[in-house]
Design a protein around this ligand. Structure first.
Ligand code: HEM
Length: 517
């Protein structure tokens, strides 16, 4: 019958159509799966599993840089670590560091902001903790162009020389006795930075306000691991009392800053911008106040920024320089043949019985090699300042989520046997000659990229000046009762586990001929 025949044809057609549609659906489904599987975000880097809730916190020893190095040998140069609620990523090779600091520099241009740092920086208003953006850019410009320009550092040269002289006199009065080299280096760095900040007259007033004690307490609190940083939900309890003590510090520091700023403005007013305290109005505080008053739209800084920048200089500058001086002296006392070479160079450049002057520094190439080698073997900021990516990104084939804390183990990278011959040996010669280290991610103790250490121009003047003076003016030896060891202790700066105690004996007799007189 026509309708039956027709139905049969209709059935066949329907079956064929159905078969075609199923086939088409299967192809589309497989294609979709394939495309999606290729689009899947890369995995997080490998790393230890850790315990529920607390992660790997209980397994980390006190020398964190060494623990992370050991873990990296097992899990690789890009490693994930869960610390409480915090996801950390640890970088332990120069090639991965290059991807972070060069190829993805903008994404990684924020520094981490732990609770103690947030309090002392007026909520991230200083240069170290300020989020990357226009305010950071303005402060960095002020730091580079106004405070630490070559011209301005030249002007304050006499201030530094005076503090160096003070260090020499103190060592002279202690000649033949045991002295703690780290303490001397710390006091000298503090004095140097403070006199550059606001000159000697205001320095006396700051001392009355216990400024130096407060700086030391601040550094100590910044060093302490804070449970609240790893478990923000218990931050309210402030279990270790760090937040409470830091608030006390900042409130006392703030009072000192307010008083000194007022005094500086009065002095500058009275003396028509030339306060007669030997800074000639060129101390950092005067400069900062002038920048603020100038209302330059490119440098819109506030009173809060000024106070936060003072803390930056004091906290960022003192322990880093002092620790480097102590390590350099320890290595040189440990290796007298290297110390003798430095002293010979000093004799040739500075002259016997003359005082070391900043103008000698560019000609002290062996001393420079010694200082570089010190910073290579004893990276004083061993994990740099942790960075926080502003967006999720892929590095070394692994995913690094937005907000993770990225630590770079520069201590391990600078001892990598794949890059350095005899990496554990103190050998300044490796830095002599035409060594190109710019943008080399096997040696970067000052960090890299936009957020690289802003204090470098000052370090380049202070560090050689202190070490050269110590070696040129004195002969050093460890007292018989002491044993020189080179073990390390982790903190904000990587210090010696046991302080360097040594005896300084004058090489010349005062008064010295002064090359600048
Ligand atoms: C041996 C001495 C020093 C060492 C090893 C050192 C090391 C560092 C490191 C590793 C960073 C982080 C860099 C990064 O994230 O890539 C940094 C940042 C910084 N340092 Fe230093 N530093 C030293 C001395 C100083 C001094 C003397 C000052 C101040 C006068 C200073 C001021 C700063 C500031 C303001 C920053 C933050 C820069 C920014 O975030 O833009 N540092 N330093």
């Amino acid at each position: 019958m026509w309708w039956w025949e027709g139905r049969i044809r209709w059935d066949e057609l329907a079956r064929a159509l159905l078969t075609f549609l199923i086939g088409l659906f299967a192809i589309i489904w497989y294609a979709w799966r394939y495309v999606n599987s290729r689009k899947k975000p890369p995995l997080l880097p490998p790393g230890p599993r850790g315990l529920p809730l607390i992660g790997s916190l209980p397994f980390l020893g006190s020398n964190l840089h060494q623990c992370l190095d050991e873990l990296a040998r097992r899990y690789g140069p890009l490693m994930k670590l869960q610390l409480g609620t915090k996801l950390c990523v640890v970088i332990s090779s120069s090639s991965v560091a290059k991807e972070i600091y060069k190829e993805n520099d903008i994404i990684f241009s924020n520094h981490d902001l732990p609770i103690a740092a947030r309090i002392i920086s007026y909520g991230g208003s200083n240069l170290v903790r300020c989020p990357y953006g226009p305010t950071w850019r303005a402060m960095r410009r002020v730091f580079n162009q106004d405070l630490l320009s070559n011209k301005n550092l030249d002007v304050s040269k006499d201030l530094r020389q005076k503090q160096i002289q003070k260090m020499v006199s103190e060592l002279h009065s202690n000649a033949g006795n045991s002295v703690n080299v780290g303490e001397i280096a710390f006091a000298t760095s503090l004095n140097l930075l403070e006199s550059m900040l606001w000159g000697d007259r205001l320095k006396c007033e700051a001392i009355e306000g216990d400024f130096q004690q407060l700086v030391m307490e601040t550094i100590k609190l910044l060093t302490r691991p804070n449970i609240s940083d790893f478990f923000p939900f218990v931050a309210w309890f402030d279990v270790r009392g760090i937040e409470r003590r830091m608030r006390k510090c900042i409130s006392r520091l703030d009072k000192i800053y307010e008083a000194i700023i007022e005094r500086r403005m009065n002095l500058d007013g009275v003396d028509d911008g030339k306060a007669e305290d030997a800074t000639g109005g060129k101390d950092f505080l005067s400069i900062l106040i002038n920048v603020m008053k100038d209302d330059d739209p490119k440098k819109p800084i506030t009173w809060t920024n000024i106070k936060a920048l003072i803390t930056d200089i004091m906290v960022g500058g003192t322990s880093t320089i002092a620790t480097t001086v102590e390590w350099a002296m320890a290595e040189l006392i440990h290796k007298p043949e290297i110390k003798n070479k430095v002293q010979e160079e000093l004799k040739a450049v500075v002259g016997a019985e003359s005082r070391v002057d900043e103008s000698h520094i560019p000609r002290l190439s062996y001393l420079h090699a010694v200082l570089k080698e010190t910073l290579r073997l004893h990276a004083v900021v061993p994990l740099l300042v942790p960075r926080v990516p502003s967006q999720s990104c892929v590095v070394g084939g692994y995913s690094i989520p937005k907000g993770a804390q990225v630590m770079t183990n520069v201590w391990a990278i600078q001892r990598d046997p794949a890059v350095w011959d005899n990496p554990l040996e103190f050998g300044p010669e490796r830095f002599l000659g035409n060594v190109v280290l710019i943008n080399d991610f096997s040696f970067f103790p000052f960090g890299s990229g936009r957020r690289k250490c802003a204090g470098l121009p000052l370090v380049e003047r202070l560090l050689p000046l202190i070490v050269a003076t110590l070696l040129h003016m004195f002969e050093w030896r460890v007292p018989d009762s002491e044993k020189l060891d080179l073990r390390e202790k982790f903190g904000v700066t990587l210090t010696k586990a046991n302080p360097l105690v040594a005896i300084a004996l004058p090489r010349f007799h005062p008064p010295w001929r002064c090359t600048t007189d």
